[in-house]
Design a protein around this ligand. Structure first.
Ligand code: G4P
Length: 535
C-alpha cells in the first residue's frame, strides 16, 4: 500500500450529534479520555449557548471562542486516527450542524434514555438519512431511571426511519445500573463507576454461563440479562456492516457517559466498522479519497474574535490526496491560486501548524475574506464539491439600515456574516430590499451585535410574517416567468443568485404549488445535488 493510501485508511472522521443536554459534550470528552488525548475529564468545555445567555453578548463571544477551539478534535484509538467534528447543540445554530454533517463520513447519535427521541434528534437524523450517512446510536444516562431499552429501540425505528440492532446491552438501570454486556463478542466488561478516570481493573467474563457472572452482578440481573440476550438474538437480525455503511441500519450501544460505562464498547466497534474517508460528489465527477491529487472544500468559516484582526478561519475537509503547506492550490470559484503558510490542525485542545494533511482530515486555513462556505480547492481541476445545503429558514426579518452614512459597512458586514453561515440573506430581485432568514431568534441578536462591533454598522430588524423560503426551478421557462412576474413582490435572490420564493403562509405556498404545476419548490438549496446525481 502506498504511503498515501496507508494514511487515508487510518482516518475516521465523524460528528457526535444530539438534542441539547443528551450528553454530546460528555461523550466527546470520554472518547478523548479513552483515546489518551486528555488525562482527566473536565478539559473539554461545553460549547453550549445556554438559553439564559441570549442577551449576554460577551457570553456569546466567549462561547464562539470555545467553539473554535473545539471545532475539530483529533485523537488515536486502536491504530486509527479519529477526527471528531463538533456540532453546536443549540437549536438556533442547527444550520452550522447541517453543514458540518457534509464534512463527515459517519455520525454517533446520542439519545437520553429518560427522554428518548427528541425534536432536534429527528431533524438531525433527517439530514443524515438524506445523505445515507452511517449512524451509530449511543443511548446515554443509564444511571438514571430511564425508559425500558426495548421500548427505546422501537421508538428509534419508528421516529427516525431506520432499522436498529443493539450491540451492547445494559445490566439493570438507574441506581441499580451495573454496566453493559457486549453482544458482539458475548463478553462482559465490568467497570467501576468513575467520573474522571478510566478504571484499570476490568473484570472480563467471556460466557454468560460463567458462574462469576452471578458472583459479579447477582442472580436476578444475571437471569434478566440471559433472558434479554435470548430475546435480542431472536428478534433482531445479525448485525450487517454493509447495511450500516449504507445508512440503513444503526447499531445501538447503551451506557453512561458520565460514569464511563459503555464508552469502550462504542470505541472498539467504531474503529472496526466506521467508514474510512468516502468518495465525494462534485459537479464534474465523483472524487475518490485515494486520488493522488489534492481536493477539498470549505464547510465552516469562523470569524476572528478580535475585531482588530479581520482574518477568519476557514475549515476545510480534505477530500482526496494530500494537502501540503506553502503549496499553491486553485480556488475554483475565484479562478485564482492561493498558498497557505499557516494551516492548522487540532489535536485535542491545541492548534498546531501542519505540514501536510490527508483525505479525511479537517484543517483550518487563515483567510482574509476569500472563502465562502462551499468553496472548493484543487490542484487545478475545475470541479466544485456539492452537498453543502442551505435549509429553508424559519424566521424572517427585514434588515433596515439605521445609519445611511454606513450603508457600505452594513452591506459588507451582512455579506461576510452570511458567508460565514450565520444566517441567510435574500435580496429582493426588484428594489434591493434585504431579508435575513434564520432558524432561531438568537441569530438576530448575534448579527446586530457583530455588525455594530466588527463593522461599525447599525441596523434594526423588522419582523416579517413569512412561512417559508423555497428555491424555485422549472423546465418550463414561460411558467417560471409568469410566476416571477405575478409574485414579483415575493421573489428574492440568494447568495448564489438563485431565485427564491418567500411564501407568506402555508396556504399561499400550497395554492402556488397547485397553480404552477411545472415549477418545483425546493426546501433546501441542495436541490441541484438532488436532481443532478441522487436520482
Ligand atoms: P450536550 O453536550 O448534549 O448538551 O450535553 P452535556 O454533555 O453537556 O450533558 C448535559 C448534562 O447531562 C450535564 O449535566 C451532564 O453532566 C449530564 N450527563 C451527561 N452524561 C450523563 C450520564 O451518563 N448520566 C447522567 N446522570 N448525567 C449525564 P449538567 O448538570 O447540565 O451540566 P454539568 O454542570 O454537570 O456540566
Amino acid at each position: 500500500m502506498s504511503k498515501l493510501n496507508k494514511e487515508i485508511s487510518k482516518r475516521k472522521t465523524f460528528a457526535i450529534i444530539s438534542h441539547p443536554d443528551a450528553g454530546k459534550t460528555t461523550l466527546t470528552e470520554k472518547f478523548l479520555l479513552f483515546g489518551g488525548a486528555i488525562q482527566t475529564a473536565g478539559a473539554v468545555k461545553s460549547n453550549k449557548i445556554k438559553k439564559t445567555a441570549t442577551s449576554d453578548f460577551m457570553e456569546i463571544e466567549r462561547q464562539r471562542g470555545i467553539s473554535v477551539a473545539t471545532s475539530v478534535m483529533t485523537f488515536e484509538y486502536g491504530g486509527k486516527l479519529i477526527n471528531i467534528l463538533d456540532t453546536p447543540g443549540h437549536k438556533d445554530f442547527a444550520e452550522d450542524t447541517y453543514r458540518t454533517l457534509s464534512a463527515v463520513d459517519s455520525v454517533v447519535l446520542v439519545i437520553d434514555c429518560v427522554k428518548g427521541v427528541e425534536a432536534q434528534t429527528e431533524r438531525l437524523m433527517e439530514v443524515c438519512r438524506m445523505r445515507n450517512t452511517p449512524v451509530m446510536v449511543f443511548i446515554n444516562k443509564l444511571d438514571m431511571e430511564g425508559r425500558d431499552p426495548f421500548e427505546l429501540l422501537d421508538e428509534l425505528e419508528e421516529k427516525l426511519n431506520i432499522k436498529v440492532r443493539p450491540l451492547s446491552w445494559p445490566i439493570n438501570i438507574g441506581k441499580r445500573f451495573q454496566g453493559v454486556y457486549k453482544l458482539y463478542d458475548h463478553s462482559l466488561n465490568l467497570f467501576k463507576a468513575n467520573q474522571t478516570k478510566i478504571e484499570d481493573d476490568i473484570t472480563e467474563i467471556k460466557d454468560l454461563n460463567d458462574p462469576r457472572l452471578v458472583a459479579e452482578i447477582g442472580e436476578d440481573d444475571a437471569v434478566q440479562l440471559q433472558e434479554d440476550v435470548e430475546l435480542i438474538e431472536g428478534v433482531y437480525d445479525e448485525f450487517d456492516i454493509d447495511k450500516y455503511r449504507s445508512g440503513a441500519l444503526a447499531p445501538v450501544f447503551f451506557g453512561s457517559a458520565l460514569y464511563n460505562f459503555g464508552i469502550r464498547e462504542v470505541l472498539e466497534k467504531f474503529v472496526e466498522i466506521a467508514p474510512e474517508p468516502e468518495s465525494r460528489d462534485s459537479d464534474l465527477r465523483e472524487v475518490s479519497p485515494n486520488e493522488s491529487k489534492f481536493t477539498g472544500f470549505v464547510f465552516k468559516i469562523h470569524a476572528n474574535l478580535d475585531p482588530r484582526h479581520r482574518d477568519r478561519i476557514a475549515f476545510l475537509r480534505v477530500c482526496s490526496g494530500q494537502f501540503e503547506r506553502n503549496t499553491f492550490y486553485q480556488h475554483v470559484r475565484l479562478g485564482k491560486k492561493f498558498k497557505f503558510s499557516n494551516p492548522v490542525n487540532f489535536m485535542a485542545q491545541s492548534k498546531n501548524i501542519v505540514e501536510e494533511a490527508y483525505a479525511g482530515d479537517v484543517i483550518g486555513l487563515y483567510d482574509t475574506g476569500n472563502f465562502k462556505i462551499g468553496d472548493t480547492l484543487t490542484e487545478g481541476e475545475q470541479l466544485n464539491f456539492r452537498g453543502i445545503p442551505s435549509f429553508s429558514p424559519e424566521i424572517f426579518r427585514e434588515l433596515i439600515n439605521k445609519d445611511p452614512m454606513k450603508s457600505k459597512q452594513l452591506d459588507k458586514g451582512i455579506r461576510q456574516l452570511t458567508e460565514e453561515g450565520v444566517a441567510q440573506l435574500f435580496v429582493k430581485e426588484l428594489g434591493n430590499k434585504k431579508v435575513v432568514g434564520t432558524v432561531g431568534n438568537l441569530q438576530f441578536d448575534v448579527i446586530q451585535y457583530r455588525l455594530e462591533h466588527e463593522y461599525g454598522a447599525a441596523c434594526i430588524f423588522e419582523p416579517m410574517s413569512m412561512h417559508k423560503a423555497c428555491w424555485i426551478t422549472s423546465d418550463d421557462k414561460d411558467q417560471l416567468n409568469d410566476f416571477t412576474r405575478i409574485k414579483s413582490n415575493f421573489i428574492y435572490l440568494d447568495k448564489d443568485q438563485n431565485k427564491v420564493f418567500l411564501a407568506e403562509s402555508a396556504w399561499v405556498l400550497k395554492s402556488a404549488q397547485e397553480t404552477y404545476d411545472k415549477i418545483k419548490f425546493h426546501f433546501t438549496s441542495e436541490f441541484k445535488l438532488a436532481s443532478a446525481s441522487k436520482n
